[in-house]
Design a protein around this ligand. Structure first.
Ligand SMILES: [Cu+2]
Length: 113
């Protein structure tokens, strides 16, 4: 997460079960906050600070909760396939959003074939 208010890269494709690490590399603080309405079916909510829903994440961020300062990281493991969209609370209006596409493993994908 950069001082240009971007997730770099802002679109990532991973296999199911993979862990993603976000790190603030500039001086501006950021959050990683999932769009709750856009989660794949059955997927858990995720956000820096460990909030369990988007409203709590937004409330928490106003008090500094889940805000990642320079060098700080947030780590999350995606265990359900699908497309996850997320944003940075302070910089959503600046377009700081990202997408994680989680693909089923080959074994999983062949199950219905
Ligand atoms: Cu930000």
């Amino acid at each position: 997460m950069t001082d240009d208010n971007r997730f770099e890269p802002d679109a990532v494709t991973i296999p199911v079960g993979e862990t993603v690490v976000w790190r603030t590399v500039g001086y501006a603080p950021h959050t990683v906050t999932a769009y709750e309405d856009e989660l794949p079916p059955g997927a858990a909510y995720f956000s820096s600070g460990g909030f369990t829903n988007e409203a709590a994440a937004r409330d928490g961020a106003s008090g500094g909760g889940g805000v990642l300062d320079r060098g700080e990281e947030y780590t999350y493991t995606f265990d359900k396939p699908g497309t996850y969209t997320y944003y940075c609370i302070p910089h959503e209006q600046a377009g700081m959003t990202g997408t994680i596409t989680v693909e089923p493993t080959a074994e999983f994908g062949q199950r219905g074939a």
